[in-house]
Design a protein around this ligand. Structure first.
Ligand SMILES: NC(=O)c1ccc[n+]([C@@H]2O[C@H](COP(=O)([O-])OP(=O)(O)OC[C@H]3O[C@@H](n4cnc5c(N)ncnc54)[C@H](O)[C@@H]3O)[C@@H](O)[C@H]2O)c1
Ligand SMILES: *[C@@H]1O[C@H](CO)[C@@H](O)[C@H](O)[C@H]1NC(C)=O
Ligand SMILES: *[C@@H]1O[C@H](CO)[C@@H](O)[C@H](O)[C@H]1NC(C)=O
Length: 308
């Protein structure tokens, strides 16, 4: 009898969270109350370009102190300039996230210079855009190191103080490539699946310790027009448009500031999530062909110029 009651409770809880999060997913931005990040220390990896830089500027406008981690000093310096122009403070640290020892070294340096981090945003990412047999081993290893493994080591450096205070936020910018496979993105999809698994497992470890004050947000966008995926096309612009960077960042800020555990973009991406567990591989291929994602990487060029 007790087991039945327990199971009923779990079922009710499950239903409650499904309804709650479905509501959050369909609500337009700006309705739910946002938390304050005034005076908070926000570390963004890969903030020297793209959505990392745009997020940095948004946080600066809200009074946060930015810690800018990037392998490109040019890009990081430019972000610091934009953060200051927005009325904020920024600290630049040069780091190569593909080297875990360097993450530990710069992590220590950061904590000594700035103190504990309140919000850690794992945003840096790279893509080769090469098919399995065309992709040099070194590049595949690097994709895994930057997009997946680095998440272990940034968390090891900055999560402990959050857990101690039972306050903070871990954000992972993964991708819809972390939820489905895609031709032409073998190493990238593997690394983003890794990022998703890493993020979700850390989130579970946080909750298992009952540290409800430490929030987590996993972000899974479809293509964004930052330059990282230059050349890719979408054959179904209505259902799967290439996202504008400004819009993507607006959604990410909303998700972080309202403590949402998961954000997928565009909204149609949630249907893929819901279907993935049900669709056999052959059916996934049928849909990929229909929506044109079987060829979306064909004209991939990627970033033509260095980040600056
Ligand atoms: N652009 C898209 O279509 C898209 C779609 C889904 C997910 N994402 C993810 O969003 C995140 C940001 O992408 P973006 O479009 O702004 O890309 P971007 O190329 O504009 O920015 C990535 C930043 O990461 C930095 N970086 C790369 N390797 C690094 C390393 N080894 N050490 C430190 N920094 C490093 C780069 O210097 C750059 O500043 C990435 O994780 C990406 O995978 C992007
Ligand atoms: C970035 O700024 C730092 C500090 O002002 C400076 O020492 C460095 O030379 C700059 N680097 C680049 C590549 O602009
Ligand atoms: C993608 O699917 C379309 C539609 O079925 C097909 O014409 C095309 O050849 C496919 N491309 C690849 C690379 O498989």
């Amino acid at each position: 009898m007790e087991a039945v009651v327990d199971f009923a409770k779990v079922l009710l809880g499950t239903l409650f969270f499904i309804v709650l999060n479905t509501l959050k997913n369909v609500l337009p931005n700006g309705i739910l109350p946002r938390k304050s990040v005034q005076g908070k220390k926000v570390l963004i990896t890969g903030a020297g370009s793209g959505i990392g830089r745009l997020m940095a500027v948004e946080f600066a406008k809200l009074g946060a102190e930015l810690i800018i981690w990037d392998v490109s000093l040019d890009g990081a310096n430019e972000t610091k300039k934009q953060v200051e122009a927005a009325g904020g403070t920024g600290h630049v640290f040069h780091v190569d996230l593909s080297q875990y020892k360097e993450i530990h070294r710069v992590g220590k340096e950061t904590k000594e210079a700035i103190g504990d981090v309140d919000i850690l945003i794992n945003n840096a990412g790279i893509v080769t855009g090469k098919k399995l047999f065309d992709c040099p081993d070194e590049l595949m290893e690097k994709t895994m190191a930057v997009n997946t493994n680095a998440l272990f080591y940034t968390a090891k450096n900055f999560l402990p103080s959050m857990l101690e205070k039972d306050s903070g936020h871990l954000v992972t910018i993964a991708s819809m490539a972390g939820k489905t496979g895609c031709a032409g993105l073998v190493d990238y999809c593997a690394s983003k699946h890794g990022a998703v698994g890493c993020h979700d497992s850390i989130a579970m470890e946080i909750l298992a310790q009952r540290k409800y004050g430490v929030k987590t947000t996993l972000v899974c966008p479809f293509f964004i027009n930052t330059g990282m995926f230059d050349g890719v096309v979408t054959k179904s612009p209505l259902l799967f448009p290439i996202l504008e960077a400004d819009y993507a960042v607006e959604c990410i800020m909303e998700a972080i500031l309202t403590n949402r555990p998961l954000l997928c973009m565009p909204k149609s991406a949630y249907t893929i999530l819901a279907l993935m567990g049900l669709l056999p591989l052959e059916a996934q291929v049928l849909l990929a062909d229909f929506f044109g994602t079987n060829e979306s990487m064909n004209d991939f060029k990627g970033r033509q110029t260095k980040v600056e």
